[in-house]
Design a protein around this ligand. Structure first.
Ligand code: RB5
Length: 148
């Protein structure tokens, strides 16, 4: 899968670890920065990851800030992005299966590398379940994009 990944300064060390993990797992990784732990603003990097998805350069995205909260707030302002923090594997998987989440937000000050790898794996291995109930809800979510 083509995966765009980004981080602010807080998420930078975890991003470095996850890019290696993603490549090892056979994914094509687009590292959109930040490229050091110098202080930066998470909206800039979240938007870079979000646009990589909406412009068709990546299939899914991962954005890491301190808590994942800032990243998820920004992610959901972009048309076509369905992003969430998921710090347990059940949510990381089900948010794709039921909600078609395409941008996983992680908090590097909350979780460690081992859990982050499990979350990323659960997120990327999951597929939307094309059942009527999920598709109906998804259509309602997508219609909100057009109401802004
Ligand atoms: C950075 O200091 C921190 O505020 C940011 O990474 C994040 O936690 C925002 O949600």
């Amino acid at each position: 899968m083509r995966v765009a990944i980004g981080a602010d300064h807080a998420g930078f060390p975890l991003k470095q670890q996850l890019t290696g993990f993603l490549a090892q797992q056979g994914h094509t990784v687009f590292d959109l920065g930040a490229h050091s732990d110098d202080r930066v603003d998470y909206p800039d990097y979240t938007l870079a990851v979000a646009y990589a998805i909406t412009e068709g350069r990546a299939d899914r995205g991962i954005m890491i800030c301190g808590t994942g909260a800032g990243a998820s707030i920004v992610a959901n302002k972009v048309k076509g992005i369905r992003g969430s923090v998921a710090h347990d594997t059940y949510s990381a998987r089900q948010a794709v299966e039921h909600d078609d989440m395409n941008l996983l937000c992680l908090g590097s000050r909350v979780i460690g590398q081992a859990l982050a790898e499990e979350l990323v794996k659960a997120f990327l291995e999951a597929q939307l379940l094309r059942e009527d109930a999920y598709l109906r809800r998804l259509a309602k979510v997508k219609s909100l994009d057009d109401q802004r």
